[in-house]
Each structure stands twice: as C-alpha cells, then as structure tokens.
Design a binder for this molecule. Structure first.
Ligand SMILES: Nc1ncnc2c1ncn2[C@@H]1O[C@H](COP(=O)(O)OP(=O)(O)OP(=O)(O)O)[C@@H](O)[C@H]1O
Ligand SMILES: [Mg+2]
Length: 301
C-alpha cells in the first residue's frame, strides 16, 4: 500500500518540490535519473540537490540505486505529494481528511476546500510495477515509468468522462485533476452492496440505476465495470462512480460491455432480492432497449 503523504506537506519546502519535479521530468527519458542531471532538471545548485535528495530519501519520496551510475526515481509517494501540492496551490484542496475507500486500483480520501470532496489517487500499474521491481533488474528499459503514465492517463480519462456525463448522468461532480489524482464531489450514502433495501424500494432503485445506464449510453458511454460496488445509494437516489474504464458507445465491444453491465446489475438484484425481481425481466432485453433508445422502465421490458 502507498502511504498517506498528506502529513508531510507542512514540513516540505519549496526546493524539495523543485527536486521532486526535477526527478519527475528526468523520468520522461529514463527510469533512473542520473544524479548529474538533477541540477539542470530541478534548477537547484549541486549542494541543494544533495541536501534535498537526502530529505526526500528520508521521507520515502524518492528511491536511489547505483548500478552503472547513481540514479534516482520517484516513489509513488513522491508522485502523490506532487499532485497533492498542485491541487492545494490551485485551491482545489485546503484540508486533508480520512480514507473513504481503498480499491484495487485507487486510494480515496476525504478532502476539503469550501466543502467536503473526495480525492482519488489512481494506482493503475502499481501492482505490476511492484512485481517488476521485485523480479528484475531495470537498468536500461523504460517500462517502469509506465506506472506513472498509466495512472495519470486513467485519472485524465476518468475526469474527462465525469465532465462529459455530469450533470445529465448521476455521477460525482468533477472538481479538479492533477497528474494521477482527481477531486470530485464527496457522495452521500453507501455502496449498493452494503445496503439492504426495503421491499417497496427494490424495483424503484433497480429502475433508477438502469435509467442512469441508459442516460450514459445516450451521452455516448458504457461504464464497463458496473456492479453493486460502483454505485452509491442515498435518500436522493443513486450515483454511479468509478469510470476510467468506460468505453464510447461506438467502441467495437460496447454492446457486449453494456450487456455485461446489465447482467451484473439485474443478477445482483435477483440474487439479493429474489422475490422482487420478476422472472420475465431479462438483462439482455434491457440491454437491447437501452441500446436502441427505447428503454422506459424495468417493469415494461
Ligand atoms: N466521490 C466519492 N465519494 C465518497 N466515496 C467515494 C467516492 N469515490 C470513491 N469512493 C469510495 O472509494 C472506493 C473506491 O473507489 P472506486 O471504486 O472509484 O475505486 P477503484 O479502485 O477503481 O475500485 P475497484 O476496487 O472497483 O477497482 C469506493 O468503493 C467508495 O467507497
Ligand atoms: Mg470501484
């Protein structure tokens, strides 16, 4: 797991961030950035570089390795703090709070500016990256840097999709993005998987959810990872989150993903609330009506 770096923010100095950004810049060209190149990348003197490297090493923000040369690379924590500081500087965040969730591919924390928001650090590529680290020597290739790239791309993608869907589809309002981090509205309510709906609500909630799927489809997207874990339920209704893997409706597998999403949802409701989901409700029929724009309610399909 990646440590929460928010507590380090007050003790780091501007020059520490110059150094971290310098390492980040160098990593565009190679995984391990040569010590000699750091003064140029970070606009710091030789002495400053040594001093700042020591501070950042001590805090686990960078890693050092000497193979053919003395090289440095960012730890995920170093990348986190660069994103965090940028979001603070642009006033997207003023206070850091407690964890809201740990996914397979993300860490989500509560943050505040004028009101509570959620900060999601993308971790795509992190697991692979760790395995690569364990198993081989990485002196020459550039693959390792791909964790940074993969996580940043996923965050950019999720943010763009939220911007396109909000507010027509019930998704968390996007607030800001930097590197592999996005800030969005903090959702009220709980995950669908953790609720026990009352009898009278079951079909209504299923219906609301399929309507969001249909609206997202109209707006040009299929979620493609739809499940009871990516939906929040509250007094106000449902919210669908976790969008980085969504595909446009003209993607060659879009309709297959749509069918799978609806199979997941209808299957979940049928397992958990067997008495409430009519036998004749077939997820493939729902998918078809969503795709051809004729979906109205689940009781009609
Ligand atoms: N905007 C938000 N407001 C409140 N809680 C949130 C928000 N976004 C995410 N969470 C919490 O964090 C958890 C992880 O978020 P999300 O599903 O987006 O990440 P993930 O790592 O992609 O998940 P997965 O494990 O499905 O891959 C969610 O299950 C949820 O509990
Ligand atoms: Mg999720």
């Amino acid at each position: 797991m990646v440590r929460n770096v928010a507590g380090l923010l007050p003790e780091l100095e501007t020059e520490d961030f110059y150094l971290l950004s310098g390492v980040e810049q160098g990593m565009r060209f190679s995984e391990w950035v040569q010590r000699e190149k750091l003064p140029k990348f970070s606009s710091l003197t030789e002495e400053e570089v040594d001093y700042r490297l020591e501070r950042c090493l001590k805090r686990g923000l960078v890693e050092k390795k000497t193979i053919q040369y003395e090289g440095y690379t960012l730890q995920f924590e170093g990348y986190d703090i660069l994103a965090l500081r940028a979001l603070v500087e642009q006033d997207t965040i003023s206070e850091f709070g407690s964890p809201l969730g740990v996914g397979k591919e993300s860490d989500v924390y509560e943050v505040k500016s004028y009101k509570p928001h959620a900060l999601k650090y993308h971790r795509e590529g992190y697991t692979n990256f760790r395995e690569v680290h364990k198993e081989r020597d990485y002196t020459s290739d550039n693959e390792h840097v791909s964790w940074m790239y993969t996580a940043r791309k996923a965050a950019e993608r999720e943010y763009d999709i939220l911007e396109e869907l909000y507010p027509d589809v019930s998704v968390p309002r996007p607030i800001g993005q930097n590197r592999h981090a996005i800030v969005m509205e903090k959702m009220d309510g709980v995950e669908l998987s953790r609720t026990k709906l009352e009898d009278a609500q079951v079909l209504g909630v299923l219906d609301l959810l399929v309507r969001e799927v249909a609206r997202a489809y109209e707006e040009g997207y299929v979620h493609a990872d739809m499940s009871e874990y990516n939906v929040f339920v509250s007094e106000e209704g449902v919210k669908v989150f976790d969008w980085p893997q969504a595909v446009p409706t003209d993607h060659e597998n879009a309709d297959e993903f749509l069918r799978r999403d609806l199979t997941n949802i209808v299957g979940y409701f049928r397992r958990k609330y067997p008495k409430h989901v009519p036998d004749e409700l077939e997820s493939d029929d729902v998918a078809e009506s969503v795709a051809d724009g004729s979906f109205e309610t689940v009781t009609d399909v």
